[in-house]
Write a protein that binds this ligand. Structure first.
Ligand code: ADP
Length: 169
């Protein structure tokens, strides 16, 4: 079982094999964590993303990390929150699963996730954190590839939320 921890950090600074980007369907950049990752990775990330032809909600695609310390960026598109009865939870689960599957397929030993969909996409933070932790914990059980999972929180309340869920038996 890999180590799973929550930290408070700017995900663009992390020295891991892959950071996950909460991108939009175009994969051509945006605000929030997406904008920060593109700024830190440099223009070659945008070029690489252009070649991917977009990404549907719940899917994930991988590129190099370019100017980042992280070796790869895994872009995934979270659901836009529309009240909760439009399959949002399933789509969010799929994001985390596809990221783990891509990481395994690419020999990635350490991966950091932002809190996908909890910014401008409006997914309730507590429910999103529960989905993130449950989905990832289950998906990495018995992995021979992934050794370290980091939930990269961007505020102290978010970190407290993740840590309280991670400490539950
Ligand atoms: P989405 O469109 O999926 O909601 P956002 O980028 O708006 O994506 O927000 C997703 C989460 O990423 C939010 O919890 C936000 O606080 C967080 N975030 C924003 N910038 C960074 C960063 N540099 N590092 C880590 N997390 C970040």
């Amino acid at each position: 079982m890999p180590t799973i921890q929550a930290i408070l950090a700017d995900i663009t600074t992390l020295d891991v094999d892959a950071i996950v980007n909460a991108a939009n369907e175009s994969l051509l950049g945006g605000g929030g964590v997406d904008g920060a990752i593109h700024r830190a990775a440099g223009p070659r990330l945008l070029d690489a993303c252009r070649a991917l032809g977009g990404c549907k909600p719940g899917q994930a695609k991988i590129t190099p990390g370019f100017d980042l310390r992280a070796r790869h960026v895994i872009a995934t598109v979270g659901p836009v929150w529309r009240g909760g009865d439009r399959g949002e939870a399933e789509v969010l689960r799929s994001c985390y699963l596809q990221c783990i599957e891509l990481a395994e397929a690419n020999g990635i030993a350490s991966i950091a996730f932002p809190a996908i969909s909890t910014g401008v996409y409006g997914f309730p933070k507590k429910q999103a954190a529960e989905i993130a932790i449950q989905t990832v914990s289950h998906a990495v059980e018995g992995t021979a590839v992934i050794a370290e999972v980091v939930f990269c929180c961007f505020s102290q309340p978010d970190l407290d939320q993740y840590r309280s869920i991670l400490m539950q038996p």
